[in-house]
Design a protein around this ligand. Structure first.
Ligand SMILES: Cc1ncc(COP(=O)(O)O)c(C=O)c1O
Length: 386
């Protein structure tokens, strides 16, 4: 079998057609397509506003920054997540307070969240790990009582519905990633979704150097012939902003991807069903999540086994790519000092492995991967019973 990648973006003629249009207009930077993508995306998710940025990391950074939290305050973050979740806390001069994960679904453990909370905590970031929804129905009312902000890190779920509510609409602010491996992609990119108008304008400004005017509007105003006292070229810098905006080239890809998102999620469900059915009799390998497939948007197919490293080597020999999502952040040098009572995370990560999973993964390849998993399971079961 040829090499099987772990992830592969599904892009084609629709994206190329949109890119061609951008090239024809010769306007590649921040422009009307960014606004169009923001409007379509917020409509799709179900929030009033969306701010398009150039990465999921930028989305998280600006979401926290926009709250102007006092330096040194703490934000509750799950111990198993991508590094950007915690890095964005540090970028803002705050401290991550790691919370253990539920070993049955890798999302933030509600009981430990309550335990880890202290008066100096100002927010919690809920990561829908691998696309599996956090227990938002418990976290939201609890956070309201504690008067702390909830941010959803939706980098790994786009379009999923949990308890009849879209992922990304449970919290005050939600952050998405369109990095090349994600549910939809713009190569790199991100989005902040929210309902607060004032905060939306502030975030827009923060995403473009802290300006008080939209640069596309400024460009258009330069052609307005009516005599006006207003100088179109003028702008005020009110905030210390960043160059985090999305551009028209990326937005054009995003618009084509958004049209296919429901198809992508359906294809993911179809592949997951095949995988789960294929490994259901395995004794040593089991799924990491209690995959709830209806209206889901899973980004990862992860299994666990106590022979994880052997399985990775075995699959390597079969040309099947794997990865570990993720080594707990407090095991990294930068985050070591924040490591306190994270027993589940420290145990479970040693058993998890991610397998190839993307909408264009063929039946033939899924069957081959399943066959390899089943034969590994049989081989190691024999050793166990010896
Ligand atoms: C949970 C999580 N948060 C944040 C990010 C950061 O997104 P990006 O790579 O677009 O900056 C990622 C993706 O890599 C992620 O998986």
């Amino acid at each position: 079998m040829e090499k099987i990648r772990l992830f592969k973006p599904s892009v084609g003629v629709e994206e190329i057609a949109n890119i061609k249009d951008v090239f024809k207009r010769s306007w590649l930077g921040y422009g009307p397509l960014v606004k169009k993508f923001e409007e379509k995306f917020s409509k799709f998710i179900g929030t009033k506003y969306a701010v398009a940025v150039n990465s999921g990391t930028a989305a998280l950074h600006l979401s926290i920054l926009s709250q102007n939290f006092k330096k040194g305050k703490k934000i509750l973050v799950p111990a198993i997540t991508f590094s950007a979740t915690a890095a964005s806390v540090l970028y803002c001069g705050l401290e991550p307070k790691f919370v253990d994960i539920d070993p049955n679904n890798l999302t933030i453990d509600f009981e430990d969240l309550k335990k880890k909370y202290s008066k100096d905590c100002v927010a919690v970031i809920c990561v829908h790990m691998g696309g599996h929804p956090c227990m938002m129905e418990k976290i939201i009312p609890w956070a309201k009582k504690k008067k702390i902000l909830v941010i959803e890190d939706c980098a790994e779920n786009c379009g999923g519905i949990y308890k009849k509510k879209k992922i990304g609409t449970w919290s005050d602010i939600s952050c998405f990633s369109f990095e090349e491996k994600k549910i939809i992609t713009t190569g790199d990119g991100g989005m902040i979704c929210l309902n607060n108008k004032h905060l939306y304008h502030y975030l827009k400004s923060l995403s473009f150097h802290g300006w008080d005017v939209d640069p596309w509007k400024r460009h258009n105003d330069s052609f307005v012939k009516k005599k006006s006292k207003k100088k179109h070229w003028n702008y005020q810098i009110n905030n210390l902003g960043y160059k985090y905006n999305m551009n028209d080239l990326l937005a054009s890809i995003g618009l084509a991807q958004l049209k296919k998102i429901n198809y992508f999620n359906k294809k993911r469900i179809y592949i997951l069903k095949k995988y789960l059915n294929g490994i259901k009799k395995c004794k040593i390998i089991s799924p990491v999540y209690p995959y709830v497939l209806n209206k889901s948007s899973y980004w990862l197919f992860q299994v666990k086994t106590k022979y994880r490293d052997d399985l990775i080597d075995f699959l390597k020999k079969k040309n099947i790519s794997t990865a570990v999502h993720f080594v707990p952040l407090p095991l990294h040098k930068l985050y070591k000092k924040y490591n306190k009572n994270l027993d589940n995370a420290m145990k479970v990560w040693k058993e998890i492995v991610s397998l190839p999973f993307f909408p264009d993964l063929s039946n033939k390849k899924v069957n081959y991967i399943v066959k390899c998993l089943v034969s590994f399971d049989k081989k190691y079961l024999k050793y166990e019973t010896l």
